[in-house]
Design a protein around this ligand. Structure first.
Ligand SMILES: Cc1ncc(COP(=O)(O)O)c(C=O)c1O
Length: 396
């Protein structure tokens, strides 16, 4: 390994919400405990990014900045090399974040009262994007079968055919279920949406975080017709742990859709630009940090295997959904005696085990009794947490 995934600066005295939550439950710096909730990594930033940003700051003026042609080419090249998609630079609109982008998309392409479909349980701000803009949630529940999630295509097709359904917000790879949808599944979604004029907002923020044996397919890469009927939301933020730099890249191949989106964006943000350090960091990451990413994925895969083996041996009542993509494991704890009451499970995790996961219920009612475990961290913290889990859960 070229990179160090064991040492990092803890955000104990920072504005990080997840660290402050742990502190509010009495965790002290000397306890050497890390939280596993919000989806950013406890890995040091790739040294190439740190050095590149230092150099940039020393040699440039931190003024107003638009994405340069080289930046746009670099983003397209990443999509080509990592995801085999030939995107064009002019399709890209930079955005502060993907949550911003799917809120804007809902406001741009639908009207109040229109139906917006989600495949649930799902990343919770997607519900808010629908509710707060007075759209109607069209709930296509994923089928949970022996720990694995599948798309309920009968239900999907029926709901897409409803004249009121105007949009699908697709979470691909899926957070929190960890699915990397196959090309066949995505093609079927695309076909149904095209047939029924349902516009697709494909949130692919986790697109680079793919476990061995799985392949991510960019939704718009399926065909020109599909590209015309969607926007694809990408970012270096999950991949390289750059969320604080607030830079993402929204691909909108259809020029009319792109113009509409930009006009809507300008209503909430009259000068939609990203932070120039975000542009620099993204460019450096996409040009120079492939190996860092591959090594980070190895650590994540190791952590996943350790948790799976431990849970199989010690707590066979916990069902883990196979992690195909993202660094967010999804554990069904309903089989534990303490898992029956999910609020009590949360209390025990926080107060006794000092385990800070994202509670499954925040992703929808199907998530009650589940825990989402962010495993992008040094392996020793996974081992420590499993021991605390064993010690605490055994008491009940
Ligand atoms: C599916 C998904 N979309 C969007 C985001 C957040 O995106 P951003 O920080 O760019 O708004 C997350 C963060 O966890 C996520 O999991």
């Amino acid at each position: 390994m070229k990179y160090d995934f064991e040492n990092f600066n803890k955000r104990f005295n920072s504005g990080s919400g997840k660290w402050n939550e742990a502190k509010s439950f009495g965790v002290k710096e000397s306890d050497d405990i890390i939280p596993f909730s919000v989806a950013d990594m406890e890995f040091s930033t790739a040294p190439e990014i740190i050095e590149g940003l230092k150099q940039k700051i020393e040699t440039t003026i931190l003024g107003y900045e638009n994405p340069t042609p080289e930046y746009l080419e670099t983003v397209c090249n990443w999509l080509k090399v990592r995801h085999n998609w030939n995107a064009k630079p002019e399709w890209i609109l930079p955005s502060h974040g993907i949550v911003d982008a799917f809120f804007t998309a809902v406001k741009t392409y639908t009207n109040e009262g229109d139906g917006v479909m989600l495949m649930t349980p799902v990343y919770y701000p997607m519900y808010t994007a629908i509710k707060s803009t007075k759209r109607v949630l069209v709930d296509n529940k994923l089928i949970y079968n022996d720990g694995k999630y599948e798309i309920d295509f009968d239900d999907f097709e029926r709901k897409a055919a409803d004249k009121n359904t105007k949009m699908l917000i697709l979470c691909s790879p899926h957070n929190p279920c960890g699915r990397v949808f196959t090309r066949q599944e995505l093609s079927r979604i695309a076909e149904i949406c095209l047939k029924n004029n349902v516009f697709v907002v494909s949130d692919e923020i986790h697109f680079d975080l793919i476990m061995p044996g799985h392949t991510h397919t960019v939704f718009a890469s399926l065909s020109d017709d599909v590209a015309d009927n969607c926007i694809v939301c990408t970012a270096p933020s999950k991949t390289f742990n750059l969320a604080g730099l607030q830079t993402s890249n929204i691909f909108i191949p259809n020029p009319e859709h792109r113009e509409k989106f930009l006009n809507a964006l300008k209503l909430s943000n009259p000068n939609p630009k990203c932070n120039l350090l975000g542009y620099f960091a993204c460019e450096i990451a996409y040009k120079n940090c492939s190996q860092w990413l591959d090594e980070a994925l190895n650590v994540i895969n190791t952590n996943k295997n350790i948790i799976e083996n431990f849970v199989k041996q010690e707590f066979p009542e916990i069902k883990i959904t196979p992690l195909e993509g993202t660094y967010l494991m999804w554990l069904n704890c309903r089989g534990l005696s303490i898992g029956k009451n999910f609020k009590e499970l949360e209390r025990i995790n926080h107060e006794e085990a000092k385990l800070f996961f994202d509670e499954g219920y925040i992703f929808g009612e199907q998530g009650e009794g589940f825990e989402r475990w962010n495993i992008a961290c040094p392996t020793r913290y996974i081992n420590d947490a499993l021991e605390r889990m064993k010690k605490t859960y055994r008491k009940y």
